[in-house]
Design a protein around this ligand. Sequence first.
Ligand code: DGL
Length: 278
Amino acid sequence: MVIEKPPYQSIGIFDSGYGGLTVFKSIVKELSQYDYLYLGDNARTPYGNRSFETVYHYTLECVRYLFKQGCHLVILACNTASAKALRTIQQIDLPGIDPARRVLGVIRPSTEVIGRYTKTGCIGILATNGTVASQSYPIEIAHFYPEIKVYQQACPMWVPLVENHEFNRPGADYFIKENLFQLFEQSPDIDAILLGCTHYPLLLNKIRQFSPAGCTILSQGDIVAKSLANYLFRHPGMERNCSKNGNRTFLTTDNSTLFDRQAEVFLGEQVVSRQVSM
Ligand code: DGL
């Protein structure tokens, strides 16, 4: 992957760390023509156990930074930031910063389609403490599918497992088994699970291994990518503002060598990032 000076009107993709790369990968596959600027706030990850105020403050700082780099459109590829910061940024901050810019999250696109994947009408959401506590998923799903029962399980150790490169090791098994057990203890009828944290697809093999056979496990990447394609189609003014040179640029708030090594494992291609401070 060739890294150049950030192009002016990239689509910004933000996450607390590496997790957003799972969304980035799907978006780039679906919409390869655009320029993308990925920002991972690895220095302050994880966000999942932090307060509303802290997540909001960190997210807004990163969104402002991406705007300064020329992004007109920023995707919060992070459920915790989408749950705790998105609405305030959209309603309170954006009108003062630049009413023509947009920030979109990952929760709404996921809840719009989730009903297609269950036969029993019982869905499990695996997410961070912050996302679960916000009740964003049950509230949003009730808008689209009032008949569906939603069971949530917080998995506070899963993001640290990914961020600390333990996601493929036997040490991860204990926490994955334990949280899945807690989820199915709430209802054995759950037949679809949404990975409501963008880090969790990196644990997908183990999640599959320890889930009942026949249970559908949904990652958000492809769902968010399709939703973004649809958004750009419906908003030609914004679409024209997104430059199309196929550039991909990576920024991290922590050590770039570490980011490059890990991002390469997740993306399956070479990554050269730059460290930035907020
Ligand atoms: N990828 C973020 C999410 O989707 C992880 C949050 C965290 O940093 O704990 O929620």
